[in-house]
Ligand binder design. Structure first.
Ligand code: BGC
Length: 765
């Protein structure tokens, strides 16, 4: 397998192109903008090479089992033939041949060369940010000696699709010099249209139309003059009926607009847009070039997975890199992807949380269906908030039988995780408007759910939470999962706290909201009591260990390596009910360690638990290494922080996670791992913690890092931060009304409006 490598600070490339790696490179080199994801790959790639453009908000169920996003026809298809032979990357022997992504601007490129003659093709593609429905492609053909070629370009209407064909009808046509494909999705009946524009620079004879059953193309013969290139520009536009009532007309108009503006103008606007994004999200690291590129690469994927243009859509667990995980959100969204936006781009963060507000009806319906009150958020959430997670997610690969996983009805921590995120957003922004209009309803509805789900044990005189799945998905049907209990307690407390505050500060608003939610003060008093008496597994006085769930320590104590020897097939699912890990202490991912990423604990407790749980974790979830890096960095465990930082940042590039598990395809970009990159640096190495009245740092830079620079936006103040091994400087850009109280180690200072604060003390190493 050919591993991709960085070429300079902003480019990932694979040279030579490895055989049979089309799927992986397609995800790694993709270009996207939060509305669509155009997979990497060469212009002549078809479904066999996993060519696909995944479009948000097109959920459809083609095979009776999975709702997923559609891949739409490829309106940037292009094929070049020399002497009747296709120019293909798979046959290219030239040392320049390869595939790359410039992740500063989301530009996919590639070079392929002919086997006979000296014809060389470069292509360059980007999913426009200023025009979200548009993807551009430029092909340049060069030849030393000159040659005649056959060119075919247009719409390949038979794209790769993971779970069945998503279009029940398809019409292909030519209109106003553009090609169009109009489809209707199989189950949801959603109209989708793509339009393709083509321009060849120079004066070549007009192309002819070539129609196939699943494609519509323009064909022509071209002369490539010696030592001069010919340039072919293609523009694709895509709309669905969820964007506009007449997607065909919108796509035609958009493509025509694009064609008249031209590739160069559109690229310039697109780059300017990215420059603006990087001003908010970039982390600049001086002293470790590899980590620098990796952090940016991961941030790029977090950004292109986020539908920042709307507050009605989720961030998919695989972004828009492919259809795996149904283009839907998990808890990954709030705990892994969102925090970067909370501290750098509050409007984008508010949009992501608003999505959970808009999908409350789905969460209410799920709670009701399962016999609870309030909002039980779906484990897998698409556009509407209905539970998309099927009862049978995996199969037993030994027998072919379905496994009943209880992700959808027992993994309750999703609801308090969302409350946690609302509060994290509020602490950083003090956005009262959001809290009152949307946040309060989320917190109260989750409070109602938790109240109906938590159980009182008269024998133990405490509240408990039984029959759950914590973050470690190998152990289903456990009682008192520490992570879930702490998150629940936190969510009940903040809901009650907000209720009390509104009682004092905004009783009219509260009265209206409470009456709509059927919520009365006595119930809130019960939340308070429940939070107080909820069992929170405590560190053992001697070992300091927190038991992951009741009885965990009684399970067989074996490590993942030796346990793996019991597998009969590599792709077996390790968890409930018959997997090899289920009756052991081997865990899928951070669970108690995940708790430390969100709640304060003594350093000694964290260290003892880290030593215990880290070797027992298989890190089979891509969420796990990043959390281990963050917690290790925050507690000064620098060797582990470094190890897990690299491991997390390289999950996709080094291909550490097989795309299949328990017979289910879960490949593509691991968006949560991409999202946590920013957090590892800021919450981990800088030790940033934000409370309602202060901003704390406990910086410990990894060996070799000379300087770390980034921007934050806290309480509306844009702060430029620069950390060096022995100093930290914060500069407030805006002349905001109030200063921000900052604590660095033991030093305290006030960051005044439009001023700079420097700490020169020696920080803890
Ligand atoms: C993990 C979950 C995660 C999901 C989506 C699973 O493998 O165990 O924690 O939410 O993948 O990333």
């Amino acid at each position: 397998m050919q591993r991709p490598a960085f070429e300079g600070p902003w480019k990932l490339a694979v040279r030579p192109y490895g055989p049979d790696e089309d799927f992986r490179y397609g995800s790694l080199m993709m270009s996207g903008n939060g509305y669509l994801g155009f997979r990497g790959g060469f212009p002549d790639f078809r479904k066999e090479e996993y060519a696909g453009c995944i479009v948000s908000d097109t959920y459809d169920c083609a095979d009776g089992k999975w709702k997923e996003l559609c891949t739409v026809p490829n309106a940037l298809f292009a094929e070049v033939r020399l002497n009747k032979r296709k120019l293909s990357i798979h046959d290219s022997v030239d040392s320049r041949a390869g595939h790359a992504l410039d992740f500063r601007y989301g530009e996919t490129s590639g070079t392929a060369s002919g086997t006979d003659g000296d014809l060389c093709m470069n292509f360059h593609r980007f999913a426009s940010f200023p025009h979200l429905h548009c993807v551009w492609q430029r092909i340049e053909l060069t030849s030393e000696t000159g040659c005649r070629i056959d060119f075919l370009g247009g719409i390949d209407a038979d794209p790769w699709s993971l779970n069945g064909r998503h279009f029940r009808t398809m019409e292909l046509d030519r209109e106003s010099g553009l090609l169009r494909a109009d489809m209707v999705t199989s189950e949801s009946g959603l109209p989708v249209s793509v339009v393709s524009g083509l321009r060849i620079q120079g004066t070549e004879p007009g192309p002819e139309l070539h129609r196939e059953r699943t494609g519509l193309y323009l064909v022509l013969e071209l002369t490539v003059p010696p030592r001069r290139s010919i340039v072919i520009d293609q523009c694709m536009s895509v709309y669905s009926g969820n964007d506009t009532p007449d997607p065909g007309a919108a796509a035609l108009k958009d493509a025509a607009r694009g064609m008249s503006a031209g590739f160069d103008t559109e690229l310039m606007k697109h780059r300017a847009h990215w420059d603006g994004l990087w001003q908010k999200y970039d982390i600049s690291i001086d002293g470790d070039e590899e980590i620098q590129s990796l952090v940016r690469y991961n941030t790029y994927h977090n950004v292109i997975a986020t539908p920042a243009h709307t507050d009605h859509l989720p961030i998919g667990a695989r972004g828009l890199s492919c259809q795996a995980y149904q283009g839907a959100a998990f808890w990954d969204q709030e705990i892994f992807n969102l925090p970067m936006y909370i501290y750098t781009d509050p409007p984008a963060a508010a949009g992501i949380l608003s999505y959970r507000y808009h999908t409350l009806p789905g969460a209410l319906e799920k709670a009701k269906r399962l016999g609870y009150e309030g909002a039980y958020y779906p484990w897998i959430s698409g556009d509407s908030g209905e539970e998309l997670c099927p009862d049978h997610f995996f199969i037993d690969v030994l027998t072919g039988r379905k496994i009943r996983n209880h992700f959808n009805d027992w993994q309750i921590h999703i609801s308090p995780d969302i409350s946690y995120a609302v509060w994290e957003y509020y602490r950083a922004t003090l956005d009262e408007e959001f809290l009152r209009t949307k946040g309060a309803e989320i917190l109260f509805r989750v409070g109602q759910f938790l109240y109906s789900r938590v159980h009182y044990s008269p024998a133990r005189e405490r509240y408990e939470i039984i029959r759950v799945l914590g973050p470690d998905e190998y152990h289903e049907n456990v009682d008192n999962n520490a992570f879930t209990n702490y998150q629940t307690c936190f969510a009940l407390k903040i809901a009650a706290e907000l209720f009390r505050r509104l009682e004092r500060e905004d009783p009219d608003h509260l009265a209206k909201l409470s009456s709509r939610l059927g919520l009365a003060p006595p119930r809130v008093a019960e939340w308070e009591e429940m939070a107080q008496k909820l069992y929170l597994p405590q560190p053992d006085p001697e070992s300091l260990l927190i038991e992951q769930f009741d009885g965990y320590f009684r399970h067989e104590d074996i490590l993942p390596g030796p346990l793996a020897e019991r597998l009969q097939k590599e792709s077996e699912y390790w968890g409930w009910p018959n997997g090899i890990a289920f009756a052991t202490q081997v865990i899928k991912q951070a669970d108690v360690i995940q708790l430390f990423a969100l709640h304060p604990f003594d350093k000694d407790v964290i260290a003892a638990n880290y030593e215990y749980y880290e070797p027992r974790s298989q890190h089979r979830s891509s969420l796990s290494p990043g959390v281990h890096a963050l917690v290790a960095a925050r507690t000064g465990n620098m060797p582990r922080a470094d190890e897990y930082l690299r491991r997390s940042l390289k999950i996709d590039i080094a291909d550490t996670h097989p795309p299949d598990s328990g017979g289910t395809f879960i490949g593509g970009i691991h968006t949560a791992a991409c999202g946590i990159a920013w957090q590892i640096v800021v919450k981990g190495f800088l030790g940033m913690e934000v409370s309602v009245d202060e901003l704390r740092f406990q910086p410990r830079l990894p060996r070799g890092w000379n300087k770390l620079a980034l921007s934050l936006r806290i309480r509306g103040v844009r702060i430029h931060l620069e950390a060096r091994p022995d100093s930290l400087s914060l500069e407030a850009e805006d002349s905001a009304a109030a200063g921000v109280s900052v604590l660095v180690g033991e030093d305290r200072g006030i960051l005044k409006p439009a001023s700079r604060l420097v700490f020169n003390g020696k920080f803890v190493q």
